[in-house]
Structures are given as C-alpha cells and as structure tokens.
Design a protein around this ligand. Structure first.
Ligand code: NAD
Length: 483
C-alpha cells in the first residue's frame, strides 16, 4: 500500500488545490511507495498567509525569547523520541542505510534545536554612544528583530538535518516559515511540522508545501509575503533563486555545492588519513555537499596511500541497505545514476585511470560502485565539477604551495581537510585554503555550535550556531532625544 502525503498548512494536512500528486519512487526497488501533494501557487499563497498572520500580530509574535526557546526544547525532545522514525523516513526516500541518519543526521538535528533554543532569549541589542542630535544628548540602542516570513527550500540528500538547521535558527529568532522540501524527500519535513504542532507551536508558524521546485520554490521566491529565502541545493538553482528573490530585495541565503580537497601530506598518520578520506568521500554514497572528492596526496606517499584507499573502497559492500553487511546503498534517483556514470565515462575519456569501480550497469536499483580515479589532473571535469556520487579523484603534488594552489583552483569553496603531523603546516594550510570550514586530521565536524557555509560558488551566508540565528534577524536602531 502506498502512503498518501499532503501539505501541512496552518496546522492542517491539506491536498493540493487541484488535487494533483507526485509519485515517490524507491531507489532500491524502483517501485512507487508514496504520493505527495503537487503544490500550486494558490497552496503557497495559503501557507504564506498563515505564516504572515502569526508573524504580524498573531500569538507567535507575542511570545518572548524564553517562550520560543521552551517550545524548541520540547520540539528537540519529540525529535529525540522519533529519532528512528525520522531516520528511516529519510533513508527510505533516498535508499540510504538508516544507520547513517540514526547516528549522524538526526542526533545533529536534535543538537541544533537545543543549541538554537538556548540562543532564543539571548539575542541582545547594544547601546551605542553617538554625537547627539542638534546639540542635545540622545540614547541610541539596537534591537534584533525577526527578519519575517521565511521560505526554506531544501534538497534531498540530508533532508531532516538540513530542514532543522533552518527551522531551529529561524524559530529562535522569532520568524515563521513555509518549507518546500525536495520532491523526493517530503516525509521528514511533514513529520517535523506535525511535531511542531505537538510541541505547542501555534498553527501557521511552520508550514510545509510539497511539490516541484519550478512551481512551489519559484512561487516562494516571487511571493511579496516572503521576506527571506534560505536555500540549500545546487549552484544552478541557487543562481536562479538569487536572481528571482533578489529582484524584490528579499534576503537570500545560499548553501550550495562543493568540490572539497582532502590534502594528505607525507608526514600524516597514513591509516587515519585513509580512513578519514574514505569516509569524507563515500558517506551517503558521496551525496554530501562537503564530500572530499579531490584527494591531493604528496608524492612520497602517493603509491602507498593510493593502494590503501583503493582497498578501503573495495571493502565497501554495495546493495540494499536493508540487507545485513551492506554499507552503501544506491544513489538517490535515476538522474543521479546517469549523471555519475556520465562523469565516470568522461574521466576515462579525459585520460584518467579508474583504479577501482567504474561505470555501473543498470539492473534494478540505482547502484554505483565506489570509484577512484588516479593519473588525474585538477583540470579534468572529474576534478572540477560536483559529481554528487561515490567518485574520488587522486591528484599528486610535491610542495605545500602546490597543494594550496590546487585546493584553491576551484570554483567551489565549501570545506577542506588537512592531514599532517606538523603543527605549523596544519595551521598555515588551514589559513590559506579559501573555504568555509577546514578539518585538521579529521573531517570538519557538523556541530550545532559551528557556523556552516561556503565561499565562492559554494554559497552565501552561514547556518547553525549563533551566526545562523543572527542571520534570521534585522538590526534596528532606535534613537531617543534626551533634552
Ligand atoms: P537542487 O538545486 O536540484 O534542488 C534543491 C531544492 O530546490 C529542491 O527542493 C528543488 O525542488 C528546489 N528547486 C529546483 N528548482 C527550483 C527553482 N527554479 N526555484 C526554486 N526552487 C527550486 O539540488 P538537489 O539535487 O536537491 O541537491 C543537491 C545539491 O545540494 C548539491 O549541489 C549539493 O552540494 C547541495 N547541498 C549543499 C549543502 C550545503 O550545506 N552547502 C548541503 C546539502 C546539499
């Protein structure tokens, strides 16, 4: 039996205005397992009206920071209660092993809600000394006010975690929201909205409209009732969103893709570097924005490191994640499967060597073997473009300067890792790479207190931590004449 999913607007589960639906297909079996409402512009109008009503004088707008924090703490407890359910929802939609979201995504989401809850009553303004007004003294102070109604557009790769990054910060700041989940992964966003209702958030504060990006996402970007659009997804769509939403001067935050470098120096602990690089490359089938897909290895250890990384890739068991021993599921959808295979074929055409893996034959399910290229240069498309699959490219370097230059020779700038046992080199390289986050001898952790975001084509703005909460506020200045 297939599940039937509806929008969640103003506290109610509702169909699309024209009753249209989208089929959700399992990447493992290629069978339809659910349908979701295919949202229309009028569904978006309804959701924005509900969110506006709460922001502009509704019960939500009258709650203070401590009350908002309490609701967020309650929501965190409910997410904790439903941890396995939420993890399974995300895993089912994209064919991922449920162990990963159980151990990483949902615990991160819970931590993010609690961290933001703690900030909700600590958003302080400042008093600022001024030169006065026409010879008379004044008092000037600032207030941090909610930016308004937010349109949150989310991708499919870590849906619950990324939705929560946005939700936690914007609710702590006092905003309301219309969430547009990815076409493939609406389950966890709808469940989160229901949990918000159970936690006691007033109806209309959190709304979810499911459907197509070009319809629902675009309507949010154009809607005069939306004050800020926060988007996580591909650079192509990010550019379009910033053009459409920017036209009406909406605030825009973009978390986009990456082609992150993992830089392994010859003084690194080899075993730890191999383990870390393999994880950075293959977790979630490589469908991770920060995936470390360019592996830069210093010449003296290149051979040893490469054979160990190939062995690590070959130890991964690909298949239905529900089967025991399977550590990697399929990629999330047919387009993704075709894209990954296209890039592998292109890598071979451009002269790189497949050390393990390679183009996948299609039987049932979108399975791709972990693939590593050697004999590659940073100019090849497999080193320049975000493939968003389990494909890594090894590039050999000689000096620190060369490693930094290769790492920075990318249109992206999301994350990097540096593997070395020399303290000064670690800091020097970490400072020199133009990215949002660097891990030294580890993969940069996604911690609720650490800001997350990229430079260059990897995005605009930061999510999580205090920086994330502040990004949903406007600083207002008030000056009082003191004659
Ligand atoms: P995508 O850009 O195709 O879609 C993302 C969302 O945008 C979806 O909800 C989609 O429906 C919507 N959308 C599509 N067209 C739209 C339009 N014209 N107007 C408004 N909304 C529209 O991305 P994806 O395939 O879902 O996700 C993969 C991408 O996300 C990768 O590039 C990945 O690196 C990136 N990502 C980045 C981060 C980060 O934190 N930087 C995290 C996860 C994923």
């Amino acid at each position: 039996m297939t599940l039937t999913l509806k929008h969640f607007i103003d506290g109610q589960a509702v169909d699309a205005s024209d009753a249209a639906t989208i089929a959700l297909v399992s990447p493992v079996t290629e069978q339809v397992f659910a349908t979701s409402a295919r949202g229309t512009r009028s569904d978006v109008d309804r959701a924005v009206a509900a969110a506006r009503a709460q922001l502009d004088g509704g019960a939500w707008s009258r709650l203070n920071g401590a009350a908002r924090g309490l609701l967020l703490f309650r929501l965190a407890d409910l997410v904790q209660r439903d941890l396995e359910l939420l993890a399974d929802m995300d895993a089912r939609c994209i064919g991922r092993s449920p162990m990963e979201p159980r151990m990483m995504d949902i615990p991160n989401a819970i931590g993010t809600l609690r961290a933001a809850a703690g900030w909700a009553d600590k958003l302080e303004g400042r008093t600022i000394p001024t030169g006065g007004y026409m010879g008379m003294p004044t008092l000037s102070y600032t207030r941090l006010e909610p930016v308004g109604v937010v349109g949150a557009i989310v991708p499919w790769n870590s849906p619950c975690m990324i939705t929560t990054w946005k939700l936690a910060s914007l609710l702590a700041a006092g905003c309301t929201v219309v969430i547009k989940p990815s076409e493939e992964t609406p389950l966890s966003a709808l469940h989160l909205a229901a949990l918000c209702q159970e936690a006691g958030f007033p109806d209309g504060v959190v709304n979810v409209v499911t459907g197509l990006g070009e319809v629902v996402g675009r309507a949010l970007c154009e809607h005069p009732g939306i004050d800020k659009v926060t988007f996580t997804g591909s650079p192509e769509v990010g550019r379009e969103i910033s053009r459409v939403a920017g036209a009406s001067f909406k605030r825009v935050a973009l978390e986009l893709g990456g082609k992150s470098a993992q830089i392994v120096f010859d003084d690194a602990s080899l075993e730890a570097a191999v383990r870390g690089c393999a994880m950075g490359l293959f977790v979630n089938q490589g469908q991770v924005c920060a995936a470390g897909t360019r592996i830069l290895v210093q010449r003296a250890i290149a051979e040893r490191f490469t054979s160990a990384l190939v062995a690590a890739a070959e130890s991964i068991k690909v298949g239905d994640p529900a089967q025991p021993g399977v550590t990697m599921g399929p990629v999330a959808k047919r387009e993704q499967f075709e894209r990954v295979n296209r890039y592998i074929a292109q890598g071979i055409e451009e002269g790189a060597t497949v050390l393990t893996g390679g183009v996948a034959a299609h039987d049932v399910g979108w399975f791709v073997r972990p693939t590593i290229f050697g004999g590659a240069s940073n100019a090849m498309s497999i080193a320049r473009d975000e493939i968003f699959g389990p494909v890594g490219t090894i590039i050999v370097f000689d000096t620190d300067e060369e490693a930094i230059a290769i790492a920075n020779d990318s249109s992206y700038g999301l994350a990097a890792t540096v593997w070395t046992n020399t303290l000064a080199r670690a800091h020097k390289v970490a400072h020199a790479v133009r990215v949002g986050a660097v891990g030294v001898n580890c993969w940069s952790p996604l911690d609720p207190n650490l800001p997350w975001g990229g430079t260059k084509s990897s995005g605009l703005g930061r999510e999580c931590g205090l920086t994330g909460v502040l990004s949903y506020t406007e600083e207002k200045v008030i000056t009082v004449l003191l004659p």
